[in-house]
Design a binder for this molecule. Structure first.
Ligand SMILES: Cc1cc2nc3c(=O)[nH]c(=O)nc-3n(C[C@H](O)[C@H](O)[C@H](O)COP(=O)(O)OP(=O)(O)OC[C@H]3O[C@@H](n4cnc5c(N)ncnc54)[C@H](O)[C@@H]3O)c2cc1C
Length: 434
């Protein structure tokens, strides 16, 4: 199966068209092969290119590099994610392990953009966990307690202040964390493509169909050629399962988002000329919504089990209507036809929300499953899986591996059923927040 994405994503359409796209059309042999050219695969390729300037490194993607979830996300580089409060020290320790990884992720992205002078609309404005429901104060107070124990700067805000800051009176309570960053995800991943080391060869529109280990080498069959490699890194995130990688530990979820055109000066004035901001929901299925640097509003309010390879236009349009309603609830003064584009993207989940970072067999490695934190964690894991595949240990690997591993998923059909029921329950719980 091939990944067929819509051509609608505003983040991608902001960028110049790329030229010199190379597609695999022969049979190749290499030392290193990386499958998947999102943040993870590109970061792994960059690091391997630096570590082995004289070796042949191939990076292959089934679509245009970077145009999967890495360009289709909401652009929050997170330092923290919301957990519902902590009853014991063990849970606090686990939360710390998670945020230690986020911190390293932010450092990796920061280092990359500094080294290559990348302009990706970087804004250290923090983020809001916001709700229209005052009863969510308990959740936020618990969360605040956890953040205080771990030294994260934050503060609780209420309606009037939120209306001033966000330009909508929809939210009644929010917790603002100082440490999150907003950025343009498409510009970031494009910079990772543009700065690949010279000894990395990128092949695009080249789908891996299957692979097999034989006589110590890994033979990979693509639609239009083959590659025999000494070592392979799987960085296909939501598509790991379809390649038979960690099949019982991860599953894909489809998200859809919409973006408005830039607001006119009059429209912007009508929402109070706010500064750029990003809101994450307190209830998991609520809307993620952000005001971008150039006065567009992005909203994401769906997450579902769906065919990860393709979403047909009519399905996308149905989801776009939900996003229109979400916008209208928050900004009734804006015109009805303000949405410029809607798109879908695939993330990968594990049962206990832990990421995958592993050697799964001799010379075969995998990194993925970051849910909503792949910008930083994917960049970090890509670099670090390159070290791990080189048999090198680093402090970062120790931090990554201190976290518990993903737990085994229930078999089908219980898995699909369980996920659907859980998502439905969360959707009902968050119905006012969508
Ligand atoms: C709508 C949305 C909002 C999100 N918001 C955020 C956010 O605000 N912050 C955040 O940190 N994260 C967010 N995420 C998640 C984030 O985008 C991902 O975690 C991240 O992109 C993962 O990067 P990756 O390189 O591992 O995978 P991907 O970017 O998914 O790249 C994997 C690549 O593998 C390729 N591939 C798949 N199968 C094959 C095959 N058979 N052969 C060859 N290539 C193959 C795909 O084409 C793809 O390019 C969001 C995701 C979505 C969809």
């Amino acid at each position: 199966m091939e990944v067929i994405n819509d051509n609608n994503c505003s983040w991608i359409n902001d960028l110049n068209l790329r030229t010199n796209i190379q597609t695999l059309s022969s049979n190749l042999i290499c030392e290193w092969l990386i499958i998947g050219a999102g943040y993870t695969g590109l970061s792994a390729a960059r690091k391997l290119g630096q570590l082995y300037p004289n070796q042949k490194i191939l990076l292959v993607d089934s679509q245009l590099a970077g145009e999967g979830a890495s360009s289709r996300n909401s652009g929050y580089l997170v330092d923290t994610t919301l957990n519902d409060g902590f009853s014991s020290n063990k849970e606090l320790i686990n939360y710390k392990k998670k945020t230690d990884i986020y911190k390293l992720g932010i450092e990796s992205v920061k280092k990359f953009i500094k080294e290559h002078q990348v302009d990706c609309d970087w804004n250290e404005c923090g983020k809001y966990f916001a709700s229209s429901l005052l009863e969510d104060e308990d959740i936020l107070k618990n969360f605040s307690d956890t953040l205080s124990k771990l030294g994260f700067e934050h503060n609780l805000l209420f309606q009037e202040e939120l209306t001033n800051r966000l330009g909508t009176n929809f939210y009644n309570i929010a917790l603002h964390t100082k440490g999150g960053i907003l950025l343009h995800p498409g510009k970031l991943v494009r910079a990772m493509i543009d700065t690949l080391p010279e000894n990395v060869n990128l092949y695009e529109n080249s789908t891996l169909l299957n692979w097999k280990k034989f006589n110590g080498k890994i033979n990979c069959n693509f639609k239009t050629g083959t590659i025999k490699t000494k070592k392979v890194i799987f960085a296909t995130n939501g598509f790991l399962k379809s390649l038979g990688v960690k099949t019982n530990y991860n599953f894909p979820i489809t998200l859809t988002a919409s973006m408005t055109r830039p607001l006119t000066d009059k429209e912007f004035k009508s929402i109070g000329n706010p500064k750029e901001w990003g809101v994450l929901p307190v209830r998991p299925m609520g809307a993620t919504i952000r005001l971008t640097k150039n006065k567009r509003i992005l909203i994401r309010n769906t997450a579902e089990v769906h065919n990860p390879y393709k979403m047909i236009q009519s399905d996308l349009e149905k989801r776009s209507i939900k996003q229109k309603i979400g916008l209208k609830k928050r900004f009734p003064q804006l015109p009805d036809n303000i949405i410029q584009s809607s798109w879908s993207g695939i993330v990968s989940r594990t049962r206990n929300s832990s990421q995958i970072f592993e050697k799964i067999d001799d010379n075969i490695f995998v990194a993925g499953c970051y849910n909503g934190s792949g910008i930083g964690v994917g960049t970090l894991f890509g670099e670090q899986i390159a070290f791990k595949a080189s048999n090198e240990n680093t402090n970062e690997i120790e931090t990554i591996e201190a976290r518990s591993k993903p737990t085994r998923l229930p078999p089908q059909p219980f898995l699909d059923l369980g996920v659907k029921v859980r998502l439905m329950y969360e959707r009902i719980r968050a119905r006012s927040e969508i």
